[in-house]
Design a binder for this molecule. Structure first.
Ligand code: PLP
Length: 397
């Protein structure tokens, strides 16, 4: 069989290849310290699991409405209105099997072939994949090292806007860097959006994975509710990555279109999983608080150990469960000029497995510093200590 030509444009998440390599190394009898994948090794809170069981026993096992069950849509609109100061009703919410489907449905709903779409690079690789797969032009914008964290390079972003630019993808609380925009930066983004008449996908997968301060959303700013679609997910906050539950939240016309795409693609999101989602939002929150406090301890331990490694520097992001240390000097000292041989050398000599900048999009011209991405969502604090001690020893050898 001959595959369709457009398949050549479809990208992938190369982090899964790192995972396969780490597993193969482990199967040979080696210890592996998994910092490569953004999955969570903590259980979903028991009240959510119980609610799913109950729903199954009560027969919630058939098809559900393609936009989601009204009770969950309502609960989510209410929840988001509180944290975002928005005015959504259930009609603004399309329940999805995870947050990820919102990316392709947003693009399919709003992007004509040839349209230019601004997207973060480094960034979640699915943006680039879906823009190009659907015939758009993926226009990357980058990040700079600021005083206490990475920041979007807004000057460079603005320069890339042309009359063909219609969409902006913003992943504030950013994977992989942990960057977040402050209020002044969000206001500047809102001005750019208004001036250039852009529609925005606000990928807020990590909105609630926050250890200090308060998350802010572009959608809270004047005039942004009509121009933004939020990507919401239960995956991270409630350790529900494998349940596949998320939502698109935005203007009714776009949400109806996204629901129509859902009807064509998967009919609906699993009914009893949606009922568990209502419990997640409205029930006891101690489970998600516990998840957050475990993640915070991991972050603190990982950052303090990374900072002791010669040739490595690292910010302390207040949100997400990723670290993006600069390893330029370490790679130079060890004689590596490219990422993959360095990554493999560290894996084989220490068992520490991570992704690098390479796994988050094609590097931008002029990018000289070298970065790793360490996810601490899937590794316990004791193992983090052990792993980073080994990495430090590797750096000193
Ligand atoms: N967006 C970003 C930036 C992510 O990092 C992820 C997952 O890692 C997702 C979206 C999708 O998450 P999910 O489909 O599990 O909700």
């Amino acid at each position: 069989m001959k595959l369709a030509a457009r398949i050549e444009k479809l990208g992938t998440e190369t982090a899964f290849a790192v995972s396969a390599e780490a597993r193969a190394f482990q199967n040979e009898g080696h210890t592996v310290y998994p910092f490569h994948l953004g999955d969570i090794n903590l259980p979903t809170p028991p009240n959510i699991i119980e609610a799913a069981y109950r729903a199954m026993r009560e027969g919630k096992t058939g098809y559900a409405p393609n936009a989601g069950i009204p009770e969950l849509r309502e609960a989510l609109a209410e929840d988001v209105n509180k944290s975002h100061r928005t005015h959504y009703t259930y009609k603004n919410v399309a329940i999805q099997p995870g947050g990820k489907p919102v990316i392709s449905k947003f693009i399919q709903a709003l992007m004509d072939p040839g349209t230019e779409v601004l997207y973060p690079n480094p960034g979640y690789p699915i943006y680039e994949s879906q823009i190009e797969f659907h015939g758009g032009v993926a226009v990357p914008y980058g990040f700079q090292q600021g005083v206490s964290n990475f920041q979007i390079d807004l000057d460079a972003m603005e320069k890339k806007i042309t009359p063909r630019t219609k969409l902006l993808i913003l992943n504030d609380l950013h994977n992989p860097t942990g960057a977040e925009a402050n209020l002044t930066e969000l206001e500047r983004i809102a001005t750019i959006v208004r001036e250039h008449d852009l529609s925005v996908l606000c990928d807020e997968a990590y909105f609630d994975i926050r250890y200090e301060g308060t998350s802010r959303s572009l959608v809270s700013l004047p005039g942004m509710e009509e121009r933004c679609v939020l990507l919401y997910t239960f995956s991270k906050k409630y350790a529900m990555t494998g349940w596949r539950l998320g939502a698109a939240i935005g203007p009714e016309k776009v949400i109806d279109t996204i629901s129509k795409l859902s009807l064509n693609d998967e009919s609906c999101t699993n009914h009893f999983v949606q009922i568990a989602g209502i419990e997640a939002l409205r029930g006891d929150q101690s489970g998600s608080k516990q998840i957050l406090s475990i993640l915070k301890e991991r972050r603190d331990v990982a950052v303090s150990l990374l900072k002791q490694i010669p040739g490595v520097s690292c910010y302390t992001p207040q949100a997400t469960f990723y670290l993006y240390p600069d390893v330029t000097e370490l790679m130079e000292r060890k004689g590596f000029t490219e990422y993959e041989s360095f990554r493999r050398d560290v894996l084989h000599k220490t068992g520490v497995s991570f992704c690098t900048r390479l796994h988050f999009g094609r590097a931008l011209p002029g990018e000289e510093r070298k970065y790793l991405r360490l996810a601490y969502s899937g590794i316990d604090v004791g193992k983090i200590r052990e792993a980073l001690e080994r990495f430090k020893q590797y750096a000193l050898d």
